[in-house]
Design a protein around this ligand. Sequence first.
Ligand code: UDP
Ligand code: GLC
Ligand code: MN
Length: 328
Amino acid sequence: MTDQAFVTLATNDSYVKGALVLGSSLRSANTTKKLVVLVTPQVSDSMKKVLHKVYDEVKQVDVLDSGDSAHLALMQRPELGITLTKLHCWTLTHYSKCVFMDADTMVLTNIDELFEREELSAAPDPGWPDCFNSGVFVYRPSIETYNNLLQFATERGSFDGGDQGLLNSFFSSWATSDINKHLPFVYNLSTVSTYSYLPAFKAFGANAKVVHFLGRIKPWNYTFDTKTKCVREMHQPMVVHPEFLNLWWDTFSTRILPLLTEHGVVKDASSGLKAEEITEAVSQLSIAAPVPSMSSEERKERWEQGQMDYLGEDSFENIKRRLDTFLK
Ligand code: UDP
Ligand code: GLC
Ligand code: MN
């Protein structure tokens, strides 16, 4: 099918790593659809070359940013205004139907059957299931829809400052009008659900088709040990089900790292890197992608509003470490 495509977005080299793993996972699952990645001018030329190895089309678009810090702060993700750039996916009118997938998703199996669905089909958001999650959705490219979305964004804004708030207000009948537009959750299994509803994950997790590393900390913020095939140095004190994270990294180190080495993105272009050297190269990559930081003023404000990052920076371990420095 040449008039149907999977589409993703990367506005910087960190998200390109995600896009490469996603594209590679779709190829391994033998998709018959085209693969398209939207990039912005911030993406480096060498990363664009590597993207061409995995994607059929690498299309440059302009950044669209909501600049809506108030709403983004509410969801604790000031960096997500840029996700409005996603709207460009409606301009790919040389395709009749597409499936958009966030760069922090990966497929575990062939999901070409999604193209039987209509616009706008998506899975429920794990945080507010009457909204759909905009990390995976089926849509029909159309300039008219694109213009309407832009107009809607200008006039009404987005309740979360990013694309998901806007798309949910625009396709507002999703929750109630047609059950066929509700994708089963296994098409967008967010890794946060593995600890928010563990029994369901135990019962149904094996049917997962798409995993979504939703949240501030992404797989490329970790370091991977290629010998044990496990993620090292967990940012979160407790990753309940590291198997998806390990799978992402396994794909990255076996399929993507050789491409990066070939294109000189990772130093040492020599073939046959030893395991330790690969680990070294991989850890260099993870250092290049620090977790987006928050000012201490912002953290204080969130703490006071009862929104502590209890699995991350405000974890018990970190608080204890801080108290220990005072006691010393
Ligand atoms: N994205 C991007 N650059 C950014 C932030 C986001 O390219 O700086 C794109 C990328 O495709 C990403 C999507 O927008 O997967 C949505 O952002 P993210 O996945 O971080 O949001 P989450 O799913 O964690 O809410
Ligand atoms: C979400 C979605 C993501 C979207 C973001 C901003 O949590 O997972 O795809 O870009 O919200 O609206
Ligand atoms: Mn995402």
